[in-house]
Design a protein around this ligand. Structure first.
Ligand SMILES: Cc1cc2nc3c(=O)[nH]c(=O)nc-3n(C[C@H](O)[C@H](O)[C@H](O)COP(=O)(O)O)c2cc1C
Length: 313
């Protein structure tokens, strides 16, 4: 287990393809002489086992799975690599819990300067986007980074000067691939969408809602009413909410919707803004109510239930 705080850089000295398809690597590392056979070291975020070592170099073997799922097999000799030794019990965990089990290689699509920092945009394969938690953590080439923003098919992280200086990110370019490990301690699946113009019926009911057009990568939840955690782009608050997904049989002609009532939210027009949310628990099925009063009573109860569910989430 690692924490994504890089304290050493190393160099790939040699890389040899073996007849069985595996690759043997020799890595020059400042801590080589203190290693033992069988120790784990994270190399660009990939947990590898030490097979042998000298005072300056240690060797490891990449098996087929590692070659397919990570960028390590693509490294050129002479490349610098981010190195991390496993966390010790009693150590400070400055980053977040990183297993060294990479999910996927991920492409860098943009790097922009922002004062002394750099904002890096990445485009992971679509199926991994729901595991990217806005304002959560991700390990990229073994470096623990905070997710700044999530868009339709990309996410951004900010690299500060310290990180640029002490990791391989100082020399990274658009088009490069990095090893991505999502935060495995966070089991929430995040959905994203843009707020559409609603019929404003919700405001009249006393429960204003944001009608959401889901992004392509976000899979429509099953019909129902849910307690959700929600975030609005650029706002660091984690809001509690009650989400409606599906038809609105109480109103003739109303199209199905994904509608979010944000609890304790100072009303403002969210039209066009990005919303991220994760359903925590289903509250009930969608129902047809005979009167507006019956619907309002049901939503009032939903909101109460959502509040108590979300107290510990
Ligand atoms: C928590 C919650 C639960 C809801 N439950 C139902 C329901 O069971 N049946 C229904 O017809 N509409 C339900 N709705 C949808 C309301 O009918 C909807 O908010 C209203 O039509 C306003 O839509 P508008 O914002 O597009 O004007 C629910 C909405 C919320 C926020």
């Amino acid at each position: 287990m690692f924490t994504g705080i890089i304290r050493h850089l190393g160099t790939l000295e040699t890389s040899h393809a073996e007849p069985d398809g595996s690759i043997m690597l020799e890595i020059n590392a400042p801590f080589s002489q203190n290693l033992n056979e069988g120790d784990s070291v994270a190399v660009n975020g990939v947990c590898l086992t030490v097979l042998s070592h000298t005072d300056t170099i240690w060797t490891c073997r990449l098996m087929a799975e590692t070659i397919v799922k990570t960028t390590i097999g693509l490294l050129q000799t002479g490349s610098q690599v981010n190195l991390e030794l496993p966390a010790k019990v009693g150590d400070r965990l400055d980053g977040h819990i990183v297993q060294g089990h990479v999910d996927t290689p991920c492409a860098i699509t943009d790097i922009a300067s922002h004062g002394n920092d750099r904002i890096m945009t990445l485009q992971p394969p679509k199926e991994f986007l729901s595991r990217i938690t806005p304002k959560g953590s991700v390990a990229l080439d073994g470096v623990s980074l905070t997710i700044v923003d999530v868009t339709n098919d990309t996410f951004t992280v900010s690299l500060m000067p310290y990180t640029l200086e002490h990791t391989t990110f100082g020399a990274i370019n658009v088009g490069d691939l990095v090893n991505m490990e999502t935060d495995h301690t966070n089991t929430a699946h995040w959905l994203s969408g843009t707020v559409l113009q609603g019929d404003k019926r919700g405001t009249a009911l006393g429960f204003p809602t944001a009608n959401i057009a889901l992004d392509e990568h976000s899979q429509m939840p099953k019909e129902g009413i849910y307690a959700v955690r929600a975030m609005i782009a650029d706002d660091p608050t984690s809001y509690a909410g009650a989400l409606h997904v599906g038809p609105r049989p109480s109103f003739e002609g109303a199209a199905p919707s994904v509608e979010l009532h944000i609890i304790n939210f100072a009303p403002r027009d969210l039209y066009g803004e990005k919303i991220h949310f994760t359903p925590i628990e289903k509250i009930r099925d969608v129902k047809k109510f005979a009167s507006t009063k019956a619907l309002v009573d049901a939503i009032t109860q939903d909101v109460q239930q959502a509040r108590s569910i979300l107290m510990y989430h």
